[in-house]
Design a protein around this ligand. Structure first.
Ligand SMILES: Cc1ncc(COP(=O)(O)O)c(C=O)c1O
Length: 361
């Protein structure tokens, strides 16, 4: 049967695998089951956010503000950047996809570390560009020298995921500045800082400081992680012109709902509560990482809200053992598992499961 012709670039693009939700028993009941597989925030919305979203819900017969004007103004003030440098989108993954769309097409190359955020290869190939994956170094960190060496005249965009998903490892200031000095000025470097709020290492630069005097650097941020708005789909880029303008041009009209816009503004205004929650998760992160190390696991130093265990062949078994114990983690077949830091009870279950698993090795 003849079917409509689709672009050849779509062939073989992997589908995005979301983290598994908590398991339900075969009899339909569910025990104490926690989701530690999607790097979500385990806390409910910040104070005032539900109210703002509920108020916005009363008008969802209307289209949202196309320009995300109030939110963009708030973000511009907060980061001390021109409002024209803000571009919002349907999650930071939506903005990342636009960044590729505005820079890269067939024949172009997009460089990123691997393993990193699993959407990078998908959105690169959707544009018809060629993914250039540069393996992480032995410490599970971006190998910036190898990434610089991979630049060709076809390179259009480079992602630096800081901290890196799924390893949690970071690129520090001196290394990043050295790397940026080697990138041609017509190649866009995207600092993907989805987990920025969880960073406590003072040597990790704030991407917004790095972007200020570098027209070829853009910063990606999201409300999905620390701010806990994953389900509302809102993220943004801070970028110089003409990049920011190109993002606004290519945005899906009305893609960001008014609920998301108003909830994001309310979240920004709830900073004290945000900082308290982030501090709690950072404390839990340290506890989980230390306990896993004490059990004998190799745990790369993480600055995000998750930890990484390179388990190789044992990845699927470990994920299965966690699930049976009541928590879902995110396995990357044959490589390792990413474990989100969740509520204390969930972390305790995870640690017990990891300890049991280790005993049986
Ligand atoms: C590194 C990184 N960037 C971007 C995103 C996308 O987040 P969102 O689209 O929810 O803003 C994620 C989500 O997992 C991520 O890990």
């Amino acid at each position: 049967m003849t079917t409509p012709k689709l672009r050849a670039e779509l062939d073989g693009i992997p589908t995005y695998k979301p983290g598994r939700p908590p398991a339900t028993a075969e009899d339909g009941t569910s025990g104490p089951a926690y989701k530690l597989s999607s790097n979500e925030n385990p806390y409910p919305p910040l104070p005032g956010v539900l109210e703002a979203a509920a108020a916005a819900a009363a008008s969802f017969n209307r289209y949202p503000d196309l320009s995300c004007g109030a939110l963009s103004a708030e973000l511009a003030t907060r980061f001390d950047v021109p409002v024209g440098h803000i571009a919002t989108g349907t999650g930071s993954v939506g903005v990342a996809q636009q960044l590729i769309q505005v820079t890269s097409g067939p024949g172009d190359e997009v460089i990123y570390a691997w393993r990193s955020f699993e959407a990078y290869p998908i959105i690169t190939r959707i544009s018809g560009a060629r993914p250039v994956q540069v393996p992480l170094d032995a410490g599970e960190t971006h190998d910036l020298d190898a990434m610089a060496a991979a630049i060709t005249e076809r390179t259009r965009l480079i992602f630096v995921c800081n901290p890196n998903n799924p390893t949690g490892t970071v690129v520090r200031r001196a290394a990043l500045e050295r790397f940026l000095a080697q990138v041609p000025p017509d190649v866009l470097v995207v600092l993907d800082e989805a987990y920025r709020e969880f960073i406590t290492d003072p040597e990790v630069p704030d991407g917004v400081d790095i972007y200020r005097d570098r027209p070829n650097v853009a910063v990606l941020r999201t409300f999905s992680k620390a701010y806990g708005l994953a389900g509302l789909r809102i993220g943004f880029a801070i970028a110089h012109e003409p990049v920011a303008e190109a993002l606004r041009k290519t945005a899906v009209p009305f893609g960001v709902s008014q609920l998301a816009q108003d909830a994001a503004i309310a979240s920004l205004r709830a900073e004290p509560a945000l900082l308290e929650r982030v501090a709690g998760l950072v404390t839990e992160r340290a506890r989980v990482a230390r306990a896993l190390a004490d059990q004998g696991w190799t745990v790369p130093e993480t600055q995000a809200n998750f930890v990484w265990l390179r388990l190789g062949e044992r990845t699927a078994d470990f994920a299965g053992a966690c699930e049976r114990a009541g928590v879902t983690v995110r396995p990357f077949a044959g490589e390792g598992v990413r474990i989100t830091v969740g509520e204390t009870e969930a972390n305790d279950i995870l640690l017990r499961a990891a300890e049991e698993f280790r005993k049986e090795l």
